[in-house]
Design a binder for this molecule. Sequence first.
Ligand SMILES: C[S@@+](CC[C@H](N)C(=O)[O-])C[C@H]1O[C@@H](n2cnc3c(N)ncnc32)[C@H](O)[C@@H]1O
Length: 243
Amino acid sequence: MVSSGMKRYRQRTDDQARLIGDAATTPLNTAELFGRSAPVRLEVGFGHGRFLSQMAEVHPEVDFIGVEQQDLRVTKTAHQSNKRGAQNVRLYWDDAHRFVRERLSPGSLERAYVLFSDPWPKPRHRRRRLMNRSFLLDMAWALQPGGRLIIASDTHNYALQALTNCSTLPGMWRNCYQPQGYRINIPTRFPTVFEQHKKAEGCSICYLMLERTKHEPLPRAAYPGLNGGSPLRRGDHARGNAT
Ligand SMILES: C[S@@+](CC[C@H](N)C(=O)[O-])C[C@H]1O[C@@H](n2cnc3c(N)ncnc32)[C@H](O)[C@@H]1O
């Protein structure tokens, strides 16, 4: 069911399309993509794109890549970025894990954000969670040494599961939030749409900050794809499944 507000994003304008990347499966050349050599940050599952477009607006010296599985949200975020005059953004309609694995060259990212990744709370659905060991290993390949992975979730057991999965990748991540390993309800400069809703409901939010060490990454692990089955390709997601 597509809300009436989202229906307008079924058609893309040329200005929106300029910020939306191709569906290739080859690694991106970010210098070619942005026409310059600048630090690159990634947001995974950017939803309605408020955080991504705000960050791009206030950090014109950084290039931002976003990947999101709902195409209307991709178009909406292109619209938001244009409204803010942020042209240092490229958006991809794709599965985040495949994108990180196939399209990001080793060491190409300065920072990555995974903010309120779908928590799949039912025990029988937990294997669908994105931040499994294989994803975190691919993320370790994509980040440069000293690069940071920022995670936020209102589902604390999911955030802690991501930490446990990182601990199975020895030497690759340094936890910046010692001694607890996480922080609860820290102020954020640009809260995401989801974060704002959850805070308004009185939920507490768990934040992680992990730094990529200088260690060589381990060999890549098997790619489970979405839902633990064969990987979905772009376009497999139901079109217009935006809420
Ligand atoms: C709970 S929403 C949070 C959106 C946004 N980060 C926020 O905090 O407002 C999760 C988002 O991640 C996207 N998503 C979930 N799994 C994904 C995947 N495997 N690849 C790309 N995007 C994904 C969903 O479509 C949704 O927009």
